[in-house]
Design a protein around this ligand. Structure first.
Ligand code: SAH
Length: 366
């Protein structure tokens, strides 16, 4: 039975869930001047306001009317887990009590924010903790945007986010409308965050027929390959393989319309004794032949109950050098935030239930 105390949740408009067009329509229904659209959008994106009554350039009666018909759509409960390496994992509690995770990763000159698009994930990749949760639901537009605005709220004055990656929980291509609208807000100059599309990357487990939708958004594309034979990919990523075979995924990558400055990124999780052998390296070179791309190797990040292991460093280095010798541009992604379960593939239920003991600080804001 529906919980009567939650019934208002369905009727309140969340301002951060509206596209510019929808906001303009909303403003018209209130019979306000059209410039109010930009005014409101600036308040919620650029000033990151949490309270409608603080929109001081709106007449008081309009603020009251707006408060009665809408809420901004920010989460009120935020928990931050700080890793010893400076990585911060941010947990937002959503309106229905679920949590969503994003990770702020400092690295030399860069500060990357990794955001989620779903609670849980529709896919079942065996090496990924999020995959084991199953799909709880897609995130709403305001919940995706809230992750970015909240991360900005947490920054110190000299910090700013340089890169945004959709590599958190979930499969971004399964929530593409919200993804599109979020990127529109992050890149909009007059009222949004004004970020360049070049600094935004969307990572997919390989929904081949939908890659062109990323091209249309104009952001960078990363494809999680993780295997070099159909059989291996079926074993490691069953649901993703059902959607598209390795062959059709690579064919879609070859057709992908790269802009002149762009190249594809292929991610490859290294699993000891499973896909990190010299023969895997040789096959990977063959598969990526003639593709304009770089490869990010991600040594497996362990979590309780997993059947996989992280390869020793020497095997990672050997795999990298095998690919380099064949002319590929290859990087090893340093694992960050492992002590707060904030590294790739570690976002999921472990963190909610049992915060690791190595935390240097936990902050909660309500
Ligand atoms: N669903 C999307 C985005 C989320 S996963 C995708 O699959 O691309 C982000 C990256 O982390 C993917 O490349 C995935 O292969 C990798 N990954 C997942 N679990 C991991 C783990 N336990 N250790 C290391 N990398 C992992």
């Amino acid at each position: 039975m529906a919980n009567p105390s939650l019934s208002h949740l369905n009727t309140t408009v969340h301002l951060l869930a509206l596209t510019e067009l929808q906001m303009a329509r909303f403003v018209r229904t209130h019979r306000w001047p059209s410039y109010r659209t930009t005014q409101i959008l600036r308040w919620i994106y650029q000033r990151r306001l949490r309270t409608i009554m603080d929109m001081t350039d709106l007449p008081m009666q309009d603020r009251v009317a707006l408060s009665q018909s809408a809420a901004i759509g920010r989460s009120e409960k935020v928990t931050v887990l700080r890793s010893q390496d400076g990585t911060r994992k941010v947990l937002l509690t959503l309106e229905d009590g679920m949590t969503v995770e994003s990770v702020l990763i400092p690295d030399d000159t860069r500060l990357t924010l990794c955001v989620s698009t779903q609670v849980g994930c529709m896919l079942d990749c065996g090496f990924c903790l999020t995959g084991q949760m199953g799909l709880k639901r897609n995130l709403k537009l305001n919940e995706i945007i809230d992750q970015v605005l909240t991360a900005q709220d947490l920054l110190m004055s000299e910090e700013h986010i340089t890169n945004l990656v959709f590599m958190g929980m979930g499969e971004p291509l399964a929530n593409v409308e919200a993804l599109k609208a979020a990127v529109a807000a992050f890149t909009n100059k007059p009222w949004g965050l004004g970020w360049s599309r070049r600094r935004i990357t969307v990572s997919t487990a390989g929904l081949a027929s939908r890659l062109s939708e990323i091209a249309a958004i104009g952001v960078n594309l990363a494809v999680s390959l993780n295997a070099t034979t159909e059989e291996q990919r079926r074993d490691l990523m069953p649901a993703a393989s059902n959607i598209a075979s390795l062959k059709s995924l690579l064919a879609a990558c070859r057709r992908y319309p790269l802009a002149p400055h762009q190249r594809l990124t292929f991610e490859y999780v290294l699993l000891a004794g499973v896909n990190d052998l010299p023969a895997d390296a040789r096959r990977l070179v063959q598969l990526l032949k003639s593709l304009r791309c770089k490869v990010n190797l991600i040594p497996f990040n362990e979590f309780p109950g997993s059947r996989f292991h992280r390869p020793p460093d020497k095997d990672v280095v050997r795999f990298q050098s095998d690919l380099r010798k064949a002319g590929l541009d290859v990087y090893v992604r340093r694992s960050r935030g492992r002590d707060v379960y904030g590294a790739c593939g570690q976002l999921g239920e472990v963190s909610g239930n049992q915060p690791p003991v190595t935390l240097t600080a936990i902050e909660t804001r309500c």
